[in-house]
Ligand binder design. Sequence first.
Ligand code: HEM
Ligand code: HEM
Length: 184
Amino acid sequence: MGAEAPPARSWTRAQRALHWWDAGFVLAAFAIAWVMVGVPLAELLLKFVLFQVHKTLGILAFLVALARLGLRAARGRPAEDTALPPWQVRAAVGAHAALYVLLLATPVLGYLTASLAPLRIPTLFFGVIPLPALTGPDKAWFAIVFALHRVCAIALVLLAAGHAAAAIRHHLLGRTVLVRMWRG
Ligand code: HEM
Ligand code: HEM
């Protein structure tokens, strides 16, 4: 992703905070998704609340990802570690680009899933702000878009797990990559 701005010395405080909030929102939305779908219809209130929490966390992940991309375009990011072999730098750049794509695509597909759902459950941001459905209900499209939403969500979390493992490995090898994202 973009060489829009010159390399910065480190991540800014805002960039670091937003990275960890984004990771938290994604992981929480992912965990709640499986619970909310599994809750029986007999427990309607719990199911409703969990859907709203899931949707709110997912929208927050999307907004934070947009803010991160905005900051990155404005402030840049620290240079890649030049001690790394070029293939590892390319892998990191590719993984970060794919993470950003999935960070945007997964919530958009989720929003479309909610819009297409045959069972009209409103989308209430923070449980109170109603957000409009983008389409009417459509069973056939719902099945397709929901499957895509789920696949993107799983790909996002698997890629993030590999990304976290790589960050920890570099840290254990004595590199500063994790420290500079944690403390700057
Ligand atoms: C990064 C953000 C998100 C992640 C990781 C995520 C993850 C998931 C996963 C894994 C499922 C499937 C659960 C299952 O099949 O048991 C799911 C379902 C769902 N998601 Fe998301 N989601 C995100 C954002 C959103 C957003 C922003 C919305 C809507 C505003 C949304 C709406 C839905 C709906 C409506 C379903 C269930 C469809 C149904 O069973 O009727 N998601 N999500
Ligand atoms: C859902 C979880 C996560 C997502 C979506 C995510 C996403 C990202 C993205 C997109 C970047 C690139 C930032 C940029 O170039 O603008 C990044 C950087 C980074 N992430 Fe994550 N991340 C997640 C979790 C984690 C975890 C758990 C760790 C550590 C254990 C971690 C450590 C790092 C580090 C150290 C960097 C900086 C890499 C560098 O300086 O080149 N991330 N993350």
